[in-house]
Ligand binder design. Sequence first.
Ligand SMILES: *[C@@H]1O[C@H](CO)[C@@H](O)[C@H](O)[C@H]1NC(C)=O
Ligand SMILES: *[C@@H]1O[C@H](CO)[C@@H](O)[C@H](O)[C@H]1NC(C)=O
Ligand SMILES: *[C@@H]1O[C@H](CO)[C@@H](O)[C@H](O)[C@H]1NC(C)=O
Ligand SMILES: *[C@@H]1O[C@H](CO)[C@@H](O)[C@H](O)[C@H]1NC(C)=O
Ligand SMILES: *[C@@H]1O[C@H](CO)[C@@H](O)[C@H](O)[C@H]1NC(C)=O
Ligand SMILES: *[C@@H]1O[C@H](CO)[C@@H](O)[C@H](O)[C@H]1NC(C)=O
Ligand SMILES: *[C@@H]1O[C@H](CO)[C@@H](O)[C@H](O)[C@H]1NC(C)=O
Ligand SMILES: *[C@@H]1O[C@H](CO)[C@@H](O)[C@H](O)[C@H]1NC(C)=O
Ligand SMILES: *[C@@H]1O[C@H](CO)[C@@H](O)[C@H](O)[C@H]1NC(C)=O
Ligand SMILES: *[C@@H]1O[C@H](CO)[C@@H](O)[C@H](O)[C@H]1NC(C)=O
Ligand SMILES: *[C@@H]1O[C@H](CO)[C@@H](O)[C@H](O)[C@H]1NC(C)=O
Ligand SMILES: *[C@@H]1O[C@H](CO)[C@@H](O)[C@H](O)[C@H]1NC(C)=O
Length: 634
Amino acid sequence: MDCFTSKVSVLLLLLLSAVVLPKGNCRTHSCNENDQSALLIFKHHVVDPLDYLSSWSDEKHCCAWKGVQCDNVTGRVTTLDLNNQYLQGEINLSLLQIQFLTYLNLSCNSFTALSLTNSNYQSLVKPSNAYANFSSLKYLDLSFNEDLQLDNLQWLSHLSSLQCLNLSAIYLESQTNWLQTMAMLPSLLELRLSMCRLKSISPSVKFVNFTSLLTLDLSQNSFYSDLPYWLFNISSDISHIDLSSNGLRGQIPKTLLNLRKLKSLRLDDNGLTGPIPDWLGEHQHLQHLNLTENLFNGSFPSSLGNLSSLTQFGVSSDSLSGSLPNSIGQLFNLRSLYIGGSLSGVLSEKHFYKLFNLESLVLLSAFSFDLDPNWIPPFQLHEVDLRNTILGPTFPEWLYTQRTLETLDVSSSGISPTNADRFWSFLANVRSIRLSNNNISADLSNVTLNSAYIIMDQNNFTGGLPLISSNVLYLDLSYNFLSGTISNMLCSRLGRKMNTLYYLDISHNLLTGGIPDCGENCRGLTLLKINNNKLGGEIPPPMDLHKNNFSGNPLDISSFKSLAYLNLAENNFSGVVPTKIPKSIQGLILRGNEFSGNIPAELCSLPSLRILDLSQNKLSGSIPSCICNVPFNL
Ligand SMILES: *[C@@H]1O[C@H](CO)[C@@H](O)[C@H](O)[C@H]1NC(C)=O
Ligand SMILES: *[C@@H]1O[C@H](CO)[C@@H](O)[C@H](O)[C@H]1NC(C)=O
Ligand SMILES: *[C@@H]1O[C@H](CO)[C@@H](O)[C@H](O)[C@H]1NC(C)=O
Ligand SMILES: *[C@@H]1O[C@H](CO)[C@@H](O)[C@H](O)[C@H]1NC(C)=O
Ligand SMILES: *[C@@H]1O[C@H](CO)[C@@H](O)[C@H](O)[C@H]1NC(C)=O
Ligand SMILES: *[C@@H]1O[C@H](CO)[C@@H](O)[C@H](O)[C@H]1NC(C)=O
Ligand SMILES: *[C@@H]1O[C@H](CO)[C@@H](O)[C@H](O)[C@H]1NC(C)=O
Ligand SMILES: *[C@@H]1O[C@H](CO)[C@@H](O)[C@H](O)[C@H]1NC(C)=O
Ligand SMILES: *[C@@H]1O[C@H](CO)[C@@H](O)[C@H](O)[C@H]1NC(C)=O
Ligand SMILES: *[C@@H]1O[C@H](CO)[C@@H](O)[C@H](O)[C@H]1NC(C)=O
Ligand SMILES: *[C@@H]1O[C@H](CO)[C@@H](O)[C@H](O)[C@H]1NC(C)=O
Ligand SMILES: *[C@@H]1O[C@H](CO)[C@@H](O)[C@H](O)[C@H]1NC(C)=O
């Protein structure tokens, strides 16, 4: 049972008990005095820029305050949910004096302190404190208050009913004893301490009393140690463990098999070594196993084909050898398969035989394929990533059978499709395509691109720039052999819709002519890379690109050999002021950009320069003494 379902069942219970009681008895007429005063003390310490807590006043029943919910029968406060309200300031633990509070969610705010001096801690926990009943709180979520640092966790150990504790993305850097504190919570079902900057996972502790724990998320901390003994000696029926991105070392111990109910194990992005154990195939309940980004060596055990419950499975390591066993093809529940690193070998239909449910296929190793050209795969994929495999030279027939594809990456896979029309019309229906670094030779003059994200750099594309539909947002055609002018692609509207392109990289081609001003049609363009072309032409038009969102770093205009006038005012260009400026320049207006560094002395050697405007930038240093004949504006 996770936090959500258990919370729902509590509310349901309350509902049911409300129904059997006669009307009128359901509510006390004023808010419980102690609940109200604890809430007001809490409010007093909160900085509330959006005035979210404006309803919190004596005039209203506290059960009607924003974020507060009461038991319908007793009228006592049970829930306080103030997540994601831009709250700042201090969390005053007066809240823990609300006797029947079961749910407290302050996640995703900007609190900076949870004040607990020794003296107020003592008063909070001393038995004579009539309101200090810590036994009700079941859900405590303080996660994602990223400026909050907790130096004292001792108060937590009194929350004996706590089932869900989430302190993710809070600083717990100074906590060396966190594990012992958490282990004192006998009812804990879910514990999330991700991104807490924890340093110690107590690897040599043999036993921790997590009697009921089901979910443990310790991802993205800084343990840099062996996997802890205690983890595989948890007496609970733990089902989810996430230890990803922690710098963990050593081998996976066989005691992992003790955790018979484990469904999800994430050990990705660590430094685990040794073999991927054969016996892992005995872990029949595993649904999600992520072993990517580790240092495992040896071969890939074929026993993993026995993990018939697996839905998500990932392995990568640069020390593995051999191929992928075809037992993988037996994993009929698999939805996502991710294999990377130093495996190689030939994959055949057997490797995919029963993968009826596969949606995401990511193979990043140097696999080659021996598939019948008429093979119809058992799956319909949403994502295919075959970067760096040996796929080519023909674009595989089976990919054309995938009708629901959203993402396709076949970069560096040696493909050069034979039937261009079929290829481009297939890709037009895929939202994100990446074809970088292949040998695709095609004339793009008559091609219309339609995908939102298109990366086709480092191929052998020739002819004019392709046309783009209004769906295209991001286009990289750099390092090809495209020629002709830019205007047709940028300025023509296909249909009535305006072009929504925001990123265009056509650098390192053979393009000629100037940069057209297509007015409204290019308003969205924020990054245009055009360097290393033959742009400029014989007598380029005066270039006026001011008040756009053009940006670039560095800006290169050296190819505009006879440029006379360049106005780039009020764009987002950054880096140093260009030094390679055509000698022909007469007016150079770079006002209102992000240029930084010194004003280059090269500007002195421009014989025709008459207007220079460098104002409103981030320039520093002194003004070169030579610039004195220019009516400049710095
Ligand atoms: C109980 O109170 C909650 C709000 O606190 C409300 O949403 C729910 O409708 C009430 N149920 C009954 C039966 O009055
Ligand atoms: C707290 O609120 C957040 C929304 O910001 C939600 O995602 C989270 O599940 C809530 N926590 C609990 C324990 O219900
Ligand atoms: C809450 O704030 C009050 C002052 O408003 C202070 O006396 C008390 O010690 C604080 N409680 C905690 C638990 O920090
Ligand atoms: C604390 O709460 C529990 C259950 O909610 C109750 O049984 C107990 O009497 C309370 N103790 C005090 C001192 O209020
Ligand atoms: C905090 O963890 C709990 C328990 O796993 C979970 O239900 C909740 O959604 C998490 N909160 C956020 C903001 O993710
Ligand atoms: C573990 O916790 C349970 C429940 O709180 C308790 O009964 C038991 O004595 C504890 N065991 C150890 C070894 O601390
Ligand atoms: C597991 O915990 C018990 C104590 O409950 C201890 O005796 C045993 O050595 C631990 N086993 C491992 C493998 O750490
Ligand atoms: C794996 O690496 C370990 C050293 O970390 C070495 O002892 C072992 O022989 C290697 N195994 C294989 C199969 O290469
Ligand atoms: C798969 O499991 C069966 C027992 O369930 C076992 O006999 C077989 O050897 C395992 N297969 C592999 C490849 O390990
Ligand atoms: C495994 O984790 C990595 C991040 O470390 C993620 O990119 C990948 O998608 C995950 N794969 C699976 C199958 O869960
Ligand atoms: C593009 O289409 C035009 C008109 O249909 C045709 O004349 C031209 O040969 C085509 N160019 C290429 C490279 O296919
Ligand atoms: C690139 O295309 C041109 C023209 O189609 C062809 O002559 C050349 O061999 C191709 N280069 C490569 C590396 O495929």
